[in-house]
Ligand binder design. Structure first.
Ligand SMILES: *[C@@H]1O[C@H](CO)[C@@H](O)[C@H](O)[C@H]1NC(C)=O
Ligand SMILES: *[C@@H]1O[C@H](CO)[C@@H](O)[C@H](O)[C@H]1NC(C)=O
Ligand SMILES: *[C@@H]1O[C@H](CO)[C@@H](O)[C@H](O)[C@H]1NC(C)=O
Ligand SMILES: *[C@@H]1O[C@H](CO)[C@@H](O)[C@H](O)[C@H]1NC(C)=O
Length: 240
Protein backbone atom coordinates (compact mmCIF):
# COMPACT_ATOMS: atom_id res chain seq x y z
CA UNK A 1 0.00 0.00 0.00
CA UNK A 2 1.39 3.40 -0.92
CA UNK A 3 0.75 6.55 1.05
CA UNK A 4 1.78 9.45 -1.07
CA UNK A 5 0.86 12.46 0.99
CA UNK A 6 0.40 15.81 -0.63
CA UNK A 7 0.27 19.17 1.03
CA UNK A 8 -3.20 20.55 0.64
CA UNK A 9 -4.44 23.96 -0.29
CA UNK A 10 -6.35 25.63 2.46
CA UNK A 11 -9.78 26.45 1.14
CA UNK A 12 -12.27 28.75 2.74
CA UNK A 13 -15.09 27.09 4.63
CA UNK A 14 -17.79 26.24 2.14
CA UNK A 15 -20.83 28.47 1.94
CA UNK A 16 -22.69 25.45 0.57
CA UNK A 17 -22.93 23.80 3.99
CA UNK A 18 -26.58 23.89 4.93
CA UNK A 19 -27.74 25.45 8.17
CA UNK A 20 -24.61 24.93 10.24
CA UNK A 21 -25.12 25.01 14.01
CA UNK A 22 -21.77 26.78 14.11
CA UNK A 23 -19.33 27.93 11.51
CA UNK A 24 -17.21 24.95 10.44
CA UNK A 25 -13.65 26.26 10.06
CA UNK A 26 -11.74 23.23 8.77
CA UNK A 27 -9.59 23.72 5.77
CA UNK A 28 -9.82 22.12 2.41
CA UNK A 29 -13.03 20.20 2.82
CA UNK A 30 -15.25 18.92 0.12
CA UNK A 31 -13.27 19.07 -3.06
CA UNK A 32 -12.15 17.09 -4.77
CA UNK A 33 -11.53 14.08 -2.58
CA UNK A 34 -14.70 13.54 -0.58
CA UNK A 35 -16.13 10.05 -0.53
CA UNK A 36 -18.50 7.53 0.91
CA UNK A 37 -18.25 4.66 3.31
CA UNK A 38 -18.38 1.74 0.90
CA UNK A 39 -17.41 -1.37 2.91
CA UNK A 40 -18.60 -3.23 5.98
CA UNK A 41 -16.42 -2.66 9.05
CA UNK A 42 -14.63 -5.94 9.71
CA UNK A 43 -12.73 -4.94 12.85
CA UNK A 44 -14.02 -4.35 16.35
CA UNK A 45 -12.66 -1.98 18.97
CA UNK A 46 -11.47 -3.52 22.22
CA UNK A 47 -10.25 -1.10 24.87
CA UNK A 48 -7.08 -1.98 26.80
CA UNK A 49 -7.38 -4.40 29.71
CA UNK A 50 -6.45 -3.41 33.28
CA UNK A 51 -8.03 0.03 33.18
CA UNK A 52 -11.49 1.38 33.95
CA UNK A 53 -11.64 4.80 32.27
CA UNK A 54 -12.50 3.46 28.79
CA UNK A 55 -15.30 0.96 28.31
CA UNK A 56 -15.94 -1.23 25.30
CA UNK A 57 -18.63 -0.14 22.86
CA UNK A 58 -21.85 -2.12 23.00
CA UNK A 59 -22.90 -1.81 19.35
CA UNK A 60 -21.17 -2.22 16.02
CA UNK A 61 -19.27 0.76 14.71
CA UNK A 62 -20.92 3.27 12.40
CA UNK A 63 -17.58 4.59 11.12
CA UNK A 64 -13.91 3.91 11.62
CA UNK A 65 -11.69 6.77 10.50
CA UNK A 66 -8.06 7.77 10.20
CA UNK A 67 -7.34 11.26 11.53
CA UNK A 68 -4.35 13.14 10.10
CA UNK A 69 -3.71 16.55 11.59
CA UNK A 70 -2.26 18.67 14.38
CA UNK A 71 -2.79 19.15 18.10
CA UNK A 72 -2.40 22.82 19.05
CA UNK A 73 -0.97 24.13 22.30
CA UNK A 74 -0.43 27.48 23.94
CA UNK A 75 2.38 28.22 26.39
CA UNK A 76 1.11 29.08 29.88
CA UNK A 77 2.69 31.65 32.18
CA UNK A 78 3.88 28.65 34.23
CA UNK A 79 5.93 27.49 31.25
CA UNK A 80 3.90 24.44 30.32
CA UNK A 81 1.83 23.73 27.24
CA UNK A 82 -1.96 23.67 27.43
CA UNK A 83 -4.21 22.23 24.71
CA UNK A 84 -6.08 24.70 22.51
CA UNK A 85 -7.71 22.15 20.24
CA UNK A 86 -6.83 20.27 17.11
CA UNK A 87 -7.65 20.06 13.45
CA UNK A 88 -7.55 16.91 11.34
CA UNK A 89 -8.86 15.40 8.14
CA UNK A 90 -10.85 12.18 8.54
CA UNK A 91 -10.49 9.26 6.12
CA UNK A 92 -12.72 6.21 5.87
CA UNK A 93 -11.01 2.97 6.92
CA UNK A 94 -13.96 0.64 6.35
CA UNK A 95 -12.46 -1.06 3.29
CA UNK A 96 -9.03 -1.29 4.89
CA UNK A 97 -10.62 -3.03 7.87
CA UNK A 98 -10.79 -6.21 5.73
CA UNK A 99 -6.97 -6.29 5.74
CA UNK A 100 -6.01 -6.55 9.43
CA UNK A 101 -2.25 -6.00 9.06
CA UNK A 102 -2.73 -2.87 6.97
CA UNK A 103 -5.58 -1.64 9.17
CA UNK A 104 -3.53 -2.08 12.32
CA UNK A 105 -0.55 -0.19 10.88
CA UNK A 106 -2.30 2.64 9.01
CA UNK A 107 -1.93 5.33 11.68
CA UNK A 108 1.75 4.52 12.14
CA UNK A 109 2.43 4.56 8.39
CA UNK A 110 0.54 7.79 7.87
CA UNK A 111 2.31 9.37 10.84
CA UNK A 112 5.74 8.37 9.56
CA UNK A 113 5.08 10.21 6.30
CA UNK A 114 3.41 13.20 7.96
CA UNK A 115 6.11 13.55 10.62
CA UNK A 116 8.87 13.35 8.03
CA UNK A 117 7.17 15.96 5.83
CA UNK A 118 8.70 19.43 5.85
CA UNK A 119 5.23 20.89 5.31
CA UNK A 120 3.19 22.14 8.25
CA UNK A 121 -0.05 22.12 6.24
CA UNK A 122 -2.21 19.11 7.10
CA UNK A 123 -1.53 16.71 4.21
CA UNK A 124 -4.02 14.95 2.02
CA UNK A 125 -3.72 11.26 1.39
CA UNK A 126 -2.65 10.92 -2.20
CA UNK A 127 -5.02 10.07 -5.01
CA UNK A 128 -3.91 6.44 -5.19
CA UNK A 129 -4.75 5.83 -1.57
CA UNK A 130 -7.86 7.94 -1.73
CA UNK A 131 -9.85 5.43 -3.74
CA UNK A 132 -9.53 3.06 -0.82
CA UNK A 133 -9.65 5.60 2.00
CA UNK A 134 -11.91 8.47 0.92
CA UNK A 135 -12.06 11.75 2.79
CA UNK A 136 -15.16 11.78 4.97
CA UNK A 137 -14.88 15.03 6.85
CA UNK A 138 -12.95 16.95 9.45
CA UNK A 139 -12.24 17.06 13.17
CA UNK A 140 -11.83 20.43 14.85
CA UNK A 141 -12.78 22.38 17.97
CA UNK A 142 -15.35 25.09 18.63
CA UNK A 143 -16.32 27.13 21.69
CA UNK A 144 -18.28 24.87 24.02
CA UNK A 145 -22.07 25.33 24.17
CA UNK A 146 -21.64 26.67 27.74
CA UNK A 147 -19.62 29.54 26.28
CA UNK A 148 -16.44 28.53 28.16
CA UNK A 149 -13.74 26.21 26.90
CA UNK A 150 -13.52 24.20 23.70
CA UNK A 151 -15.45 21.17 22.47
CA UNK A 152 -14.37 18.68 19.82
CA UNK A 153 -16.45 18.26 16.67
CA UNK A 154 -16.43 15.56 13.99
CA UNK A 155 -18.09 16.96 10.89
CA UNK A 156 -18.99 15.26 7.60
CA UNK A 157 -21.01 18.22 6.25
CA UNK A 158 -18.16 19.64 4.20
CA UNK A 159 -17.23 16.38 2.50
CA UNK A 160 -19.17 13.10 2.49
CA UNK A 161 -22.51 14.42 3.80
CA UNK A 162 -22.99 17.71 2.00
CA UNK A 163 -26.49 19.06 2.43
CA UNK A 164 -27.17 17.11 5.64
CA UNK A 165 -27.22 19.70 8.44
CA UNK A 166 -27.13 17.01 11.16
CA UNK A 167 -24.01 15.20 9.89
CA UNK A 168 -21.73 16.32 12.72
CA UNK A 169 -21.29 15.57 16.39
CA UNK A 170 -20.08 17.93 19.11
CA UNK A 171 -18.92 15.75 21.98
CA UNK A 172 -17.85 15.70 25.63
CA UNK A 173 -15.14 13.53 27.14
CA UNK A 174 -16.10 10.59 29.34
CA UNK A 175 -12.75 8.81 29.67
CA UNK A 176 -9.07 9.64 29.16
CA UNK A 177 -6.28 7.04 29.18
CA UNK A 178 -2.59 7.81 28.68
CA UNK A 179 -1.64 6.18 25.38
CA UNK A 180 -0.39 2.64 26.08
CA UNK A 181 1.93 3.11 23.11
CA UNK A 182 4.11 5.75 24.78
CA UNK A 183 4.52 9.28 26.09
CA UNK A 184 4.89 10.86 22.61
CA UNK A 185 1.33 9.82 21.73
CA UNK A 186 -1.78 11.76 22.77
CA UNK A 187 -4.19 10.08 25.16
CA UNK A 188 -6.78 7.54 24.12
CA UNK A 189 -10.26 8.97 24.70
CA UNK A 190 -13.91 8.04 24.96
CA UNK A 191 -16.51 10.75 24.30
CA UNK A 192 -20.28 11.06 24.07
CA UNK A 193 -22.57 13.18 21.95
CA UNK A 194 -23.75 16.60 23.07
CA UNK A 195 -25.27 17.85 19.81
CA UNK A 196 -25.50 16.49 16.29
CA UNK A 197 -26.41 13.13 14.77
CA UNK A 198 -23.10 11.77 13.50
CA UNK A 199 -22.45 9.61 16.58
CA UNK A 200 -23.55 8.98 20.15
CA UNK A 201 -20.18 7.60 21.21
CA UNK A 202 -16.67 8.35 19.91
CA UNK A 203 -13.29 6.83 20.66
CA UNK A 204 -9.83 8.17 19.85
CA UNK A 205 -7.48 5.18 19.79
CA UNK A 206 -4.09 4.12 18.39
CA UNK A 207 -2.75 7.65 18.56
CA UNK A 208 0.65 8.51 17.15
CA UNK A 209 2.39 11.77 18.06
CA UNK A 210 0.64 14.96 19.10
CA UNK A 211 2.20 15.53 22.53
CA UNK A 212 3.89 18.89 23.20
CA UNK A 213 7.37 19.34 24.68
CA UNK A 214 7.46 19.10 28.48
CA UNK A 215 8.08 22.81 28.95
CA UNK A 216 8.09 26.14 27.11
CA UNK A 217 9.23 29.70 27.58
CA UNK A 218 6.32 31.76 28.93
CA UNK A 219 5.15 34.15 26.24
CA UNK A 220 6.28 31.95 23.35
CA UNK A 221 3.95 31.43 20.41
CA UNK A 222 1.40 28.60 20.18
CA UNK A 223 2.61 25.41 18.53
CA UNK A 224 1.04 22.71 16.37
CA UNK A 225 2.20 19.11 16.89
CA UNK A 226 1.55 16.58 14.13
CA UNK A 227 -0.48 13.50 15.01
CA UNK A 228 -2.53 10.68 13.59
CA UNK A 229 -5.09 8.43 15.25
CA UNK A 230 -8.02 6.18 14.67
CA UNK A 231 -11.48 7.51 15.47
CA UNK A 232 -14.35 5.06 15.98
CA UNK A 233 -17.90 6.45 15.81
CA UNK A 234 -20.96 4.60 17.14
CA UNK A 235 -24.70 5.20 17.06
CA UNK A 236 -24.77 7.37 13.95
CA UNK A 237 -28.09 8.44 12.49
CA UNK A 238 -26.25 9.53 9.34
CA UNK A 239 -25.77 7.32 6.28
CA UNK A 240 -23.21 8.31 3.70
C1 LIG B 1 -3.43 -7.21 33.75
O1 LIG B 1 -2.86 -7.23 35.06
C2 LIG B 1 -2.50 -8.52 35.51
C3 LIG B 1 -2.05 -8.43 36.95
O2 LIG B 1 -1.10 -7.42 37.11
C4 LIG B 1 -1.45 -9.11 34.60
O3 LIG B 1 -1.13 -10.42 35.01
C5 LIG B 1 -1.97 -9.13 33.17
O4 LIG B 1 -0.96 -9.55 32.29
C6 LIG B 1 -2.45 -7.76 32.75
N1 LIG B 1 -3.08 -7.87 31.46
C7 LIG B 1 -2.83 -7.01 30.48
C8 LIG B 1 -3.57 -7.26 29.22
O5 LIG B 1 -2.06 -6.08 30.62
C1 LIG C 1 -4.26 24.68 14.82
O1 LIG C 1 -3.13 25.17 14.16
C2 LIG C 1 -3.27 25.16 12.75
C3 LIG C 1 -1.97 25.65 12.14
O2 LIG C 1 -0.92 24.84 12.52
C4 LIG C 1 -4.40 26.05 12.34
O3 LIG C 1 -4.59 25.97 10.95
C5 LIG C 1 -5.66 25.61 13.04
O4 LIG C 1 -6.70 26.52 12.76
C6 LIG C 1 -5.46 25.54 14.53
N1 LIG C 1 -6.67 25.02 15.12
C7 LIG C 1 -7.05 25.27 16.36
C8 LIG C 1 -8.30 24.66 16.82
O5 LIG C 1 -6.37 25.97 17.09
C1 LIG D 1 -27.26 11.64 22.02
O1 LIG D 1 -27.91 11.02 20.94
C2 LIG D 1 -29.06 10.29 21.33
C3 LIG D 1 -29.57 9.55 20.11
O2 LIG D 1 -29.81 10.44 19.06
C4 LIG D 1 -30.08 11.25 21.89
O3 LIG D 1 -31.21 10.52 22.33
C5 LIG D 1 -29.46 11.99 23.06
O4 LIG D 1 -30.36 12.96 23.51
C6 LIG D 1 -28.17 12.65 22.66
N1 LIG D 1 -27.51 13.20 23.81
C7 LIG D 1 -27.52 14.49 24.04
C8 LIG D 1 -26.74 14.94 25.25
O5 LIG D 1 -28.09 15.26 23.31
C1 LIG E 1 8.87 13.04 14.58
O1 LIG E 1 10.14 13.24 13.97
C2 LIG E 1 11.14 13.80 14.82
C3 LIG E 1 12.38 13.97 14.01
O2 LIG E 1 12.16 14.81 12.95
C4 LIG E 1 11.39 12.91 16.00
O3 LIG E 1 12.30 13.53 16.89
C5 LIG E 1 10.09 12.65 16.73
O4 LIG E 1 10.32 11.72 17.77
C6 LIG E 1 9.04 12.12 15.78
N1 LIG E 1 7.78 12.01 16.50
C7 LIG E 1 7.31 10.86 16.91
C8 LIG E 1 6.07 10.91 17.74
O5 LIG E 1 7.81 9.77 16.62
Amino acid sequence: MTFALFATLVLAASAAIAAPQFSPPPAGLGSPLSGKRTCAIKQTLTVPANQTVLTNPTTSASFVLLGVGVQNYTCSTAGTYASIGAVADLYDLSCLSAVPAAFNAIQDQAFAVWNASKSTAVPRLGASANGCNPLMGAHYFVTSPSGTGLSPVWDFRGASAKGNPNAFVLAAKVGDLPAPTGSQDVDWLQLKNVTGGLATSIYRMNTKGGQPPASCTAGSAPISVKYTSKYWLYGSSITV
